[in-house]
Design a protein around this ligand. Structure first.
Ligand code: KG4
Ligand code: ZN
Length: 334
């Protein structure tokens, strides 16, 4: 089977994205980043839906043009069914359904978290199977065992906040704008991890980040009582300490998962996989443990439609299509 062009659409949160994939290879990947949320300190769902509605047509148009593909050449349309913000998902799902209907081509629904993992299959060299993937984003933190592109299982996950949320919430306490993750990363590079924050201990391969958040809150409250310039003066060291604590917790459980399964192909995915400290930690641990690390290109870390297209391609190969009666699912099960 050759030259199967798939248009992919991602609209689960605050970025509108479209991509064109040909036989699993990414031809274009356009992301329109919503900046309207920054002043509110987090994603405002109503605003996100409206922004998706404004941007979806130009973004799809741009993805097709960049790929040099006309709509009539498309073999299928893949879209994010969930999980995510319902109003945001509905824009992408409805657009995908309408376009597939007008072109009379199959529709493919994709799970957003499967897609973060499968983004690795668009990379060269991609992980060989089986592999483990630590998926760390604003809404999820999971260790996934992948035995085949469409066969994956959750070995461990967060019982409260996601790793990205831990970055964003502590950044907010430090007065950094949303999303604070990339800024914590930037300041951490200039500082040293001199403050010992709580490393939560939860069972098995699960994670918990709410204790860390509380320990940072009390730490900052006490220090600011002594010196109201503390955050300003110590921002870099606080960021480095927070980042190191989060990475330690992630790497600890990832190492346990690798030891328990005997798997040595180890990947990271999701928005937090753009973190420089996590990328370095995975490289260092891989040398120590003899793993083959798989670190995504930056364009595949954050939410993007290319990953939806790659996941959609595997479903296309096994003819897993959906009908026009498909609907968005904010809490879609893994
Ligand atoms: O995967 P993603 O783009 O969206 C979700 O599906 O959630 O992840 C977004 C998350 C945000 O919490 C953001 O702060 C975090 O990824 N993030 C980072 C970095 N870049 C993005 N966190 C730490 N360091 C970074 N460099
Ligand atoms: Zn995501």
């Amino acid at each position: 089977m050759n030259n199967i062009y798939i248009l992919a659409i991602e609209s689960s949160c605050d970025d509108t994205s479209a991509a064109v994939i040909c036989d699993g290879e990414v031809l274009s990947n356009v992301v329109s980043v919503q900046t309207a949320h920054a002043e509110y300190g987090g994603v405002v769902p109503e605003l996100a839906s409206r922004e998706h509605q404004l941007h979806i047509v130009p973004v799809v148009d741009s993805a097709l043009k960049k790929a040099g593909i006309k709509p009539e050449q498309l073999g299928a349309i893949a879209f994010t069914k969930g999980p995510g913000l319902l109003g945001s998902l509905i824009v992408g799902v409805t657009f995908a359904k309408s376009m597939a209907l007008s072109l009379d081509i199959p529709l493919i629904d994709v799970h957003h978290m499967h897609a973060h993992v499968l983004a690795h299959m668009a990379e060269k060299p991609h992980p060989s199977l089986p592999f483990l993937c630590l998926t760390v984003s604003g809404g999820h933190t999971q260790i996934i065992k992948v035995t085949a592109p469409l066969e994956m299982e959750i070995l461990g996950e967060t019982i409260d906040d996601a790793a990205g949320e831990a970055f964003d919430k502590t950044g907010k306490m430090l007065g950094l704008p949303y999303p604070a993750g990339p800024l914590v990363d930037k300041h951490a590079r200039e500082g040293e991890a001199i403050y010992p924050f709580t490393r939560s201990k939860v069972g098995e391969l699960n994670f918990s980040f709410s204790g860390l958040k509380t320990s940072i809150l009390y730490f900052l409250r006490d220090k600011m009582k002594e010196d109201d310039q503390f955050i300003k003066k110590e921002l870099n060291n606080i960021c480095a300490s927070v980042q190191t604590a989060i990475i330690d917790m992630l790497m600890h459980k990832l190492t346990l998962a690798a030891q328990q399964t005997g798997i040595t192909e180890i990947a990271i995915a999701g928005g937090v996989s753009a973190n420089s400290g996590l990328r370095e930690a995975l490289k260092a641990k891989s040398e120590e443990m003899g793993w083959t690390p798989h670190i995504p290109a930056f364009q595949y870390c954050r939410d993007n439609a290319a990953m939806i297209g790659v996941a959609g391609y595997y479903k296309y190969l096994s003819k897993q299509f959906v009908g026009q009666d498909v609907a968005a699912a904010a809490r879609l099960e893994f």
